[in-house]
Design a protein around this ligand. Structure first.
Ligand SMILES: *Cc1c(COP(=O)(O)O)cnc(C)c1O
Length: 436
């Protein structure tokens, strides 16, 4: 493989200006490359599986803008639908049939969504879902898992202490301790930590919120029976179970994690794919809980641009096109090809302890310095991020783009081809073999 050195001159120049106007030069922290080192790449456009930066470098995209672009960049069906809508109106601040049409499509894919509401970001969706759960149960506390990300609302910016299940300490400045006094944390995949938290606070736990497949701490799968266990404990305690499917919704399977694992939560949150790349998100589920929301209930929640027409059209055309393309089958075939590559090409060629590959549906993740799939945040944090960072830059040099952090997952889009996966894996093999 040739070791080219890309020119990032223009990206560097733009980032210098950006640092003057944005904290860290970015509008969302992980984009800053703090984690992997180096300067962020400044992009100009995308097309199908490819991304192009302002220096003219071309990449195969495994980031999918963190998930929404499951059909790749600028899919004609999505672009055309949006262009048509652009001529009509980009916002009403009043009802349009586009909202109802997308909600009904969501119900087709996930029949458990009896009622829902559109918002503009995943952060709003999780915040509002917890509010609905608190209103419905008249309880205050909720449980989240260490390493799960649910957006940046104050109450979620908590990580666990070293105890099994403990009252949280805030992990962000600017979050008053009062705001998080009702946030309880538990350890992912640990039934014991859930039992402990319920034995201490069971009567006052409004909700348990979980990423049923955790994709914000690398990729951590629920161990068999764990989601069923959560379903039972929450039911027994009158607690609402929330699946945060902002990342997994419309991607893990047609019906998301609920369908894949055959466990029905009471509430769901969605984002990313649901807006087809335009800001949109949603929360929904059982009718009796959603009826707590204003104007029919007393739990207030609103949004100037909620149900935005452009986003509704982008989301609807994305889901429709996925149906047309039989996207899930296509993505699973690519995933299986990647599994085989790893088993046949990568793992036999290198020392066993050096790499662990995890994949589910169109999510994948390589952990380095371990050969065991991590089952919670602590185990993810113990993997070798230095090696990830080295491989990350080798990927870039060979025209492969992933989210710039070892705590992020790789995403397959329907535009990815087998040769792209060959390159992805070959670079890892080459780098690990030259690893000292
Ligand atoms: C991305 C994400 C969020 C936050 O969504 P934003 O639109 O970035 O606010 C919440 N939960 C999960 C699981 C996510 O992956």
């Amino acid at each position: 493989m040739k070791q080219n050195t890309l020119n990032f001159e223009k990206s560097i120049a733009v980032m210098e200006r950006s640092r003057n106007v944005f904290p860290g030069g970015v509008n969302s922290p992980v984009r800053s490359f703090r984690s992997v080192g180096g300067t962020p790449i400044v992009f100009s456009h995308g097309n199908g599986k490819n991304l192009f930066d302002i220096d003219g470098n071309k990449y195969v995209d495994f980031c999918s803008s963190w998930g929404p672009l499951i059909l790749g960049y600028s899919h004609p069906a999505v672009v055309n639908a949006m262009q048509e809508q652009l001529q009509k109106a980009v916002t009403f601040g009043a009802p349009s049939d586009l909202e109802t049409r997308l909600a009904e499509k969501v119900q087709e894919w996930l029949p458990g969504i009896e009622m829902m509401r559109f918002v503009s970001s995943g952060t709003e969706a999780t915040m509002s879902a917890v509010r609905a759960a608190r209103a419905a149960t008249k309880r205050n506390k909720f449980v989240k898992f260490e390493g799960c990300y649910h957006g940046h609302a104050d109450q979620f910016l908590v990580k666990a202490g070293s105890g099994l299940a403990t009252l949280g300490n805030t992990s962000s400045a600017g979050v008053p301790s009062g705001t998080i006094q009702d946030t309880l944390t538990a350890i992912y995949n640990s039934e014991e930590s859930i039992r402990e938290v319920f034995s201490l606070y069971g009567d006052d736990i409004a909700a348990v919120i979980i990423e049923p497949v955790a994709a914000n701490m690398g990729l951590v799968l629920p161990k068999p029976g764990f989601l069923e266990f959560l379903r039972k404990v929450t039911k027994d305690n009158g607690t609402i179970l929330i699946f945060d499917e902002v990342m997994t919704g419309f991607r893990l399977a047609r019906g998301g994690c609920a369908e894949y694992f055959q466990v029905q939560p009471d509430l769901w949150t969605f984002g990313k794919i649901i807006g087809g790349g335009i800001p949109a998100a949603a929360y929904g589920g059982k009718r009796e809980i959603m009826q707590m929301i204003s104007p029919i209930g007393n739990a207030y929640q609103a949004g100037t641009l909620s149900g935005n027409p452009l986003a509704m059209v982008a989301g609807y055309s994305t889901l429709s096109e996925m149906e047309k393309q039989n996207a899930f089958q296509k993505l699973e075939n690519l995933g299986k090809y990647l599994d085989n590559l790893v088993t046949k090409e990568l793992t036999p060629a290198i020392e066993k302890s050096k790499v662990c590959f995890v994949r589910i549906a169109s999510f994948f993740c390589f952990f380095f310095g371990t050969n065991k799939p991590p089952k919670n945040f602590e185990e993810v944090a113990a993997t070798n991020m230095k090696i990830f960072n080295k491989i990350y830059h080798a990927w870039l040099q060979h025209g492969i783009y992933l989210g710039p952090s070892g705590y992020e997952v790789g995403f397959l889009s329907t535009c990815i081809e087998e040769c792209d996966l060959d390159l992805l894996v070959n670079i890892i093999k080459q780098e690990l073999n030259t690893e000292g």
